[in-house]
Design a binder for this molecule. Structure first.
Ligand code: NAG
Ligand code: NAG
Ligand code: NAG
Length: 392
């Protein structure tokens, strides 16, 4: 997930949370910011996690987020100092974090807020170095808790894209363990509900298709120390492929690049379904067709149609389709849409495909879902359909 602010250039990767009734009960007795009894029908334990990331500084102001469609909103993203490893609270953060927290504080129904660290454009080497020694991990952990409490967040989220090798993965497991210990300790000593701890992760439990050789996430640490992990079930195909394809196919009979495979790999590896929050993209990916008359899935293409990155937000796709009289096709094998006009081809999700994905998540016993990202929907169209499909 990449929180750059130009509208054609946003994408992301992510995660989510877990609420047991006990935790909600605990929180209700110990937090001042607590929901009133009349709001209890919105308590997140009832309907699972319906989350979304807010790219900081987005045109959509936090105070205009329609919180009835969500339980958790992530601030995306803050970075760590690449040399000192504490969070780097820049002038930008000092401006936007308070706007985010204050904008959401008075919204009804209430949502939980999480501070997400990293993102698609962040420094993977710096994460790797930070996770290597006990001292640097402690500096990082301490600073994350400090900043989260200082601004009034309910939780912390790590979006390290991506651990490069097995050593990184093993250090990540140690980081999660120490982070959880520190969070528990801090909660006891200040008599507050513990901060949530979540992580955005690759769509599958082993990273195979990018970077170095295969490396598997620290499954046991994820299971034992995170409230939930959020597989980023998108960015499967894009202009880096020479053929058109889907950004986020639910099924693919011909490959393992699908959400069904990815979620299945997490469960098989040993992460309980109730600790998984599945990612949905509110953006599509574009191609320039080689031949405008060859316009199906897998058609030859010569790069992106929109910009170097080739992403297009859902609201922009609707505008494109309308203005260009595009042909829109639903692919019920992949559970995805595509549209084309002239030489432009776009693979994306719309309400009906997201609804089917929500049903899949629900039927699989997952904890919930999240969107990358707020500000890309069209008048809450998809957010609303997803929330209704989840049922709460
Ligand atoms: C990324 O982090 C590494 C290690 O801390 C550092 O040497 C490098 O300068 C950083 N890169 C950027 C672009 O900040
Ligand atoms: C943790 O952070 C606080 C606040 O920034 C600081 O005062 C304290 O020294 C830090 N402790 C460690 C061990 O880094
Ligand atoms: C898909 O994954 C399974 C199990 O992880 C593996 O056995 C199979 O070879 C993979 N198929 C492809 C096409 O990569």
């Amino acid at each position: 997930m990449d929180a750059s602010t130009t509208s054609y250039d946003k994408k992301m990767s992510l995660q989510t949370l877990i609420f047991t009734p006990l935790l909600v009960l605990f929180m209700s007795f110990h937090s001042h910011a607590l929901v009133q009894p009349s709001n209890w029908k919105y308590a997140p334990n009832k309907g699972g996690v319906r989350a979304a990331y807010w790219p900081s500084g987005d045109d959509l102001s936090p105070s205009s987020i329609d919180t009835k469609y969500f339980t958790h909103i992530y601030y995306a993203f803050i970075q760590q100092d690449p040399q000192l490893f504490h969070l780097s609270v820049t002038e930008f953060e000092k401006k936007w974090i308070p706007q985010f927290i204050n904008g959401l504080r008075h919204r009804y129904p209430p949502v939980k807020t999480l501070l997400s660290i990293g993102g698609g454009g962040s420094n993977s080497t710096a994460f790797s170095l930070m996770a290597t020694t006990k001292h640097t991990r402690q500096v990082f952990i301490n600073s994350t808790i400090h900043v989260a409490r200082q601004y009034g967040f309910d939780g912390l989220d790590l979006d390290w894209e991506f651990p490069e090798n097995e050593v990184d993965m093993s250090n990540l497991g140690v980081l999660f363990h120490e982070w959880r210990q520190a969070i528990t300790l801090e909660a006891h000593s200040c008599r507050k509900p513990p901060l949530l701890l979540t992580a955005a992760v690759y769509y599958a439990s082993t990273i195979k298709l990018i970077g170095n050789g295969p490396r598997t996430y620290p499954i046991q640490a994820i299971r034992d120390y995170l409230d939930w992990a959020s597989p980023m079930c998108f960015d499967y195909h894009g202009a880096w492929d020479k053929f058109t394809g889907f950004n986020a196919a639910l099924y693919d009979p011909n490959s393992n690049i699908s959400t069904k495979y990815g979620i299945g790999s997490w469960v098989e590896a040993g992460v309980p379904t109730h600790k998984l929050v599945m990612g949905f993209p509110l953006y599509g990916r574009t191609w320039r067709l080689k031949d405008p008359n060859v316009d199906g899935v897998g058609a030859e293409a010569v790069g992106a149609a929109t910009d170097t990155d080739g992403t297009l937000d859902y609201d922009e796709i609707l505008v494109f389709n309308k203005e260009n009289g595009a042909t829109v096709v639903y692919d019920d094998v992949a559970v995805s849409f595509y549209s084309y006009a002239g030489t432009t081809w776009i693979g994306y999700d719309d309400g009906p495909s997201i609804t089917k994905k929500v049903h899949f998540a629900r039927a699989s016993g997952l904890k919930g879902y999240f969107f990358w990202a707020l500000g890309k929907d069209k008048d809450w169209t998809i957010s609303r359909q997803a929330s209704n499909a989840w049922g709460h």
